[in-house]
Design a protein around this ligand. Structure first.
Ligand SMILES: *Cc1c(COP(=O)(O)O)cnc(C)c1O
Length: 248
C-alpha cells in the first residue's frame, strides 16, 4: 500500500472548504461548515495523524469498526477530544454498541420513529446525566430503493416526533447521501437541493430557526458544491485518507 500524506491531504481539503465558503451567497455565510473525516476501513495510525493535524470530527459507518476504533487504546490515549459521527445504517439491535462507544458525538442516520424511540430510551444508560444525544435525520433524497433514509414526504412528521417525543435527543439537522456518481458539472445536485428544501419546509412548518438545523451533505467528489449549496457538515473520506481498497 502506498503511504498517503494525511496531513497534506487534510490541509488541501480544508483549503478547498474555505474557498467554497467564499463562493457561498451572503445568507449562507453565517456558519463555518464542519469537516468530518470519514475513516472507515482505514487504520488507527491514519486517524491519529489527522487528529494531530487538528482534525476532531471523524465518521464511521460500520458498527463494529466504530466500536473497535473508539475503544482502541492508542485512540483513547492520543485522541482525547475525538468526536465520532456514526454515518452508517443503524439496526435496532446494534444501538447499544454505538451508544457505548467512547466519544460518540452524533448519529447522522436516524430514519424512523422506531430508531428514534430506541435511541431516546437507551441514551440515559450511556450518556452523562441530563445530556442529550445529537442526532440527524437521514433523508432518502434520491428515492432509490437501496438507499436508507426517510422519504422527503415523511421528514416533517419524523422531525416533529423527535422534538416532541424524544426528550433525550437533540436534533442537529438533516443528512443525505444522495445518488452515486452525480457530476457537479451537470448543475446543482438535486439531492442537495432536495435536502435544503426539506429543511426549509421543516423549519417553516414547525417554527424552527433554519440556521440551527444543519445540513450534512457532500463527500469527496462533491463537498465543494455541497458547501456552495448550503451544506454545513461535509463527510470526506478518500480525499483525506486515500482510496479505499476493501469492499464497502
Ligand atoms: C464513505 C462515506 C463517505 C465518504 O466518502 P468519500 O467518497 O470517501 O469521501 C461519506 N458519507 C457516508 C455516509 C459514507 O458512507
Amino acid at each position: 500500500m502506498t503511504e498517503i500524506d494525511v496531513k497534506q491531504c487534510l490541509k488541501a481539503v480544508l483549503t478547498k472548504v474555505e474557498q467554497a465558503c467564499q463562493r457561498r451567497p451572503a445568507e449562507l455565510q453565517y456558519v463555518q461548515p464542519n469537516l468530518v473525516a470519514v475513516s472507515k476501513t482505514k487504520p488507527v495510525d491514519l486517524i491519529v495523524q489527522a487528529y494531530e493535524a487538528g482534525q476532531r470530527h471523524f465518521g464511521e459507518n460500520y458498527v463494529q469498526e466504530l466500536e473497535e476504533k473508539s475503544t482502541n487504546p492508542i485512540i483513547l490515549e492520543k485522541c482525547k477530544e475525538i468526536k465520532w459521527h456514526f454515518i452508517g445504517h443503524l439496526q435496532s439491535n446494534k444501538v447499544n454498541k454505538v451508544l457505548g462507544s467512547p466519544n460518540i458525538y452524533l448519529i447522522e442516520t436516524v430514519d424512523s420513529e422506531k430508531l428514534a424511540t430506541i435511541l431516546n430510551k437507551s441514551w440515559p444508560k450511556f450518556g452523562p446525566p441530563e445530556s442529550k444525544l445529537n442526532i440527524m435525520i437521514q433523508v432518502n433524497t434520491s428515492g432509490e430503493d437501496e438507499k436508507n433514509g426517510a422519504p422527503p414526504s415523511d421528514v416533517i412528521k419524523l422531525t416533529n416526533y423527535v422534538l416532541k417525543e424524544c426528550p433525550n435527543l437533540h436534533l442537529e439537522g438533516l443528512m443525505t447521501i444522495g445518488r452515486f456518481g452525480y457530476d457537479p458539472k451537470d448543475g446543482p445536485n438535486p439531492d442537495f437541493v432536495c435536502l435544503k428544501n426539506c429543511r426549509d419546509e421543516v423549519c417553516q412548518s414547525l417554527g424552527l430557526d433554519w440556521k440551527k438545523v444543519h445540513l450534512s451533505m457532500g463527500m469527496s467528489t462533491d463537498y465543494e458544491q455541497a458547501i456552495e449549496l448550503g451544506s454545513t457538515n461535509v463527510r470526506v473520506g478518500s480525499s483525506i485518507f486515500g482510496e479505499r481498497t476493501k469492499k464497502e
